[in-house]
Write a protein that binds this ligand. Structure first.
Ligand SMILES: NC(=O)c1ccc[n+]([C@@H]2O[C@H](COP(=O)([O-])OP(=O)(O)OC[C@H]3O[C@@H](n4cnc5c(N)ncnc54)[C@H](OP(=O)(O)O)[C@@H]3O)[C@@H](O)[C@H]2O)c1
Ligand SMILES: *[C@@H]1O[C@H](CO)[C@@H](O)[C@H](O)[C@H]1NC(C)=O
Ligand SMILES: *[C@@H]1O[C@H](CO)[C@@H](O)[C@H](O)[C@H]1NC(C)=O
Ligand SMILES: *[C@@H]1O[C@H](CO)[C@@H](O)[C@H](O)[C@H]1NC(C)=O
Length: 242
């Protein structure tokens, strides 16, 4: 697919450039600074992508970038959720702008786009309940606001999925294409609740994954085209074997 990657200079965004190229997607990176992105990628990788400069709070520019390049999919990794409920974050403003831009582009091309958003573990439900984990531990609450926005959209406006990882750490500092297989294995995923939940003992650390694993997960899902089992879902992930 042709993928607009918003936030390509970030921790996850950089790994997504490499994973998307490895899966033979075309990458259009939407970033505030092309120079910054160029400085963070090997020259051989930077040469394989198209760059559009813009602000992730600018819905009209996002719409234009999608339509000008003819993208069929979008991944948004721009904006970061704050830990504390009272801390300031521009993630909800960015998130709304991306939703609006992508929705309007879908209307204009008469077909909704496939979109991956990022959230966190707290958006997932405690297994067997309708209660989000962030009700027990109220951190990173911007993700809840964002999920509520997606859930409120009329059908057939966005073909969205929301990846809900816990802490993600890097495996390597350099981006290579093709990407090597992850040292931590593949991710196992489930919709709405965390996969492989254990009611006894400590669950928290079990859901730590790597940036490379999550990038591979999204790029692999988009390789299936528009038919994804994760469409319209919040998706929990865990490393295989955990
Ligand atoms: N890292 C984790 O452990 C973790 C765990 C769960 C969920 N998440 C979520 O995953 C997402 C990505 O995380 P990350 O670690 O990759 O974040 P990150 O490294 O901080 O990257 C954030 C990206 O957002 C871009 N950005 C911020 N404001 C922007 C704006 N107005 N216009 C355009 N771009 C803008 C930044 O671009 P510049 O380079 O221009 O500043 C940067 O590329 C976040 O939403 C985070 O909350 C992260
Ligand atoms: C990507 O394309 C190359 C060259 O055509 C091919 O060898 C490779 O198998 C493709 N990769 C995937 C994941 O489809
Ligand atoms: C991006 O937009 C926000 C609000 O819309 C603004 O505060 C910020 O200065 C803009 N950043 C750039 C680099 O244009
Ligand atoms: C969205 O994706 C689902 C499965 O991933 C697909 O069946 C459906 O046709 C898509 N919806 C639209 C409106 O494109």
């Amino acid at each position: 697919m042709k993928v607009l990657l918003i936030g390509a200079t970030g921790n996850l965004g950089l790994r997504l450039v490499a994973s998307l190229l490895t899966h033979n997607h075309s990458v259009v990176a939407y970033v505030r600074s092309s120079t910054k992105l160029e400085s963070l990628l090997p020259e051989s990788v930077f040469r394989q992508i198209t760059v559009v400069q813009g602000n992730a709070t600018d819905a009209a520019a996002i719409k234009r970038a999608i339509l000008d390049a003819g993208c069929d999919a979008v991944v948004n990794t721009a904006g970061v959720a704050a830990v504390a409920p009272w801390a300031k974050t521009d993630l909800p403003v960015i998130f709304r702008a991306v939703v609006d831009g992508v929705r309007e582009a879908g209307e204009e091309r008469k077909r909704p786009l496939r979109v991956w958003f990022l959230a966190g573990l707290g958006v997932l439900h405690y297994p067997g309940s309708e209660v989000m984990l962030s009700s027990y531990m109220p951190i990173f609450l911007a993700h809840r606001t964002n999920h509520a926005l997606l859930a409120s959209l009329p059908p057939n406006t966005l073909n969205w999925s929301m990846l809900c990882p816990s802490t993600m750490t890097p495996e390597a500092a350099d981006m290579t294409v093709p990407t090597p297989p992850s040292k931590s294995g593949k991710l196992i995923a489930s919709a709405t609740t965390p996969p492989a939940w254990q009611d006894s003992g400590m669950n928290a650390g079990r859901y730590d994954t790597t940036l490379e694993q999550n990038a591979e997960f999204i790029a692999g899902d988009l390789a299936g085209g528009e038919a994804s089992q994760w469409s319209g879902k919040a998706v929990g992930v865990i490393s295989e074997g955990k």
